[in-house]
Design a protein around this ligand. Structure first.
Ligand code: SF4
Ligand code: SF4
Length: 375
């Protein structure tokens, strides 16, 4: 006799869903209109109706193991057409936040970032305070006398000091993301043994991430697709520029600051332009997009705010270096270092982690398709 599956409802999950802004799920009466209009839902496993049902029942384990939670790109077509105003697009967004928290390593950091509404002063303030204390302790909190006209930030805050903080921070974020990613992959593959080959799905999924092809399928999400794509490539450009700068400083022994015409500088400035455009589009969409933009939860707002502050302080510190006082530039630069540290350390626990989970869900989906017997 086939085993009867056991359902384990979680009262805590239902309570958290309500607290975080997903209370509209209780209005869903399972008409499935949402699954019918969703352009991203595959015919063989349509969503978001079943996610709404599981959310109503508090089936946290099922939701954590369902790739559909991440294959949804929050275009909110479903929310517009829902006859019960159950806001499925917004509910799935809250579910994503709760899944990130559930799979977080260590769990208390997931809960801390998950409670962004009350914890954001701590999350943002502590890394900035850390830099103030570190620079004070190492004698770099003041602008040194005799600074040349064309000074570089290296003369205020040595690169070695920066790398001694950011390499361990990045290492920690990667370790935490690795553990969470393993947990998620284990859940995905547990329900589809033999399916979801990682290697078979990796290349096509990365291609989709790089082009945002699937985002474009949601016609209503066009502005968000453009903003998201621009922001992502801006981050990629900034990361590549940071790597090239390490090469430039320690291997090529380039003198800092680089001229505006140097290729590394051009790449860095182009990345900054992409970041500003991408963040600007996303903020404008969030503020003026109405129901299509979806509801803004604290979790969501926290991440977007930190990204905007990182970009603003990064651009402003460079502008201040070129045209304002060194004291002002240093103050902005310290805030920038703190905000970037905050972004690094909260990567596995904030909305930033959608990069990890959505990519894995897409790898699993594409790997499953690659292994499916052809008709
Ligand atoms: S969320 Fe709305 S559209 Fe979807 S099944 Fe429930 S009531 Fe129907
Ligand atoms: S928000 Fe868009 S992608 Fe997500 S379930 Fe609704 S219709 Fe589908």
């Amino acid at each position: 006799m086939a085993a009867i599956p056991t359902l384990l409802p979680s009262h805590d999950f239902r309570e958290a869903l309500r607290r975080r802004g997903g209370e509209a799920a209780s209005r869903c009466y399972q008409c499935a209109t949402c699954s019918g209009v969703c352009e991203l839902a595959p015919d063989e496993a349509p969503f978001p109706r079943r996610l709404m049902l599981w959310a109503q029942w508090g089936l946290a384990d099922r939701l954590a193991a369902d790739p559909a939670v991440w294959l949804c790109h929050q275009c909110n077509d479903c929310t517009v057409h829902c006859p019960r105003d159950a806001k499925p697009g917004d509910v799935v967004q809250v579910i994503r936040a709760l899944v990130i928290e559930k799979l977080a390593f260590p769990g208390f950091l997931g809960r801390l970032v998950g409670a962004a509404r009350s914890s954001w002063p701590l999350l943002v303030g502590l890394p900035i305070a850390f830099w103030v204390v570190l620079l004070a302790a190492t004698g770099h909190l003041a602008v040194p006398a005799g600074l040349p006209q064309n000074w570089a930030f290296e003369q205020l805050v040595p690169h070695l000091l920066i790398y001694s903080v950011f390499f361990p921070a990045a290492g920690w974020a990667m370790l935490a993301a690795w553990v969470s990613g393993r947990r998620f992959w284990g859940l995905l593959t547990a329900n589809s043994p033999g399916k979801g080959s990682f290697l078979a799905g990796l290349a096509p999924a990365l291609g989709e991430v790089a082009t945002h092809k699937r985002f474009g399928t949601c016609g209503a999400a066009k502005p968000r697709e453009f903003g998201h794509l621009t922001l992502m490539w801006g981050f990629v450009g900034a990361a590549v520029t940071s790597g090239l700068l390490i090469v430039g400083i320690y291997i090529q022994h380039l003198a800092m600051p680089l001229a505006l015409t140097h290729p590394y500088k051009i790449l860095g400035n182009l990345s900054a332009v992409l970041l500003v455009i991408g963040a600007g589009v996303l903020v404008a969409n969030r503020l003026g997009g109405g129901v299509k933009a979806g509801a803004s939860t604290a979790f969501d707002t926290y991440f977007l705010t930190v990204v905007v502050l990182v970009i603003t302080t990064g651009v402003l510190s460079e502008v201040a270096r070129l045209s304002l006082t060194a004291e002002f530039a240093l103050a902005v630069y310290i805030a920038h270092l703190g905000l970037v540290l905050c972004l690094f350390l909260t990567f596995p626990y904030s909305k930033f982690a959608h990069l990890l989970y959505r990519s894995l869900a897409m790898v699993h989906e594409r790997g499953s398709q690659a292994q499916a017997p052809s008709a």
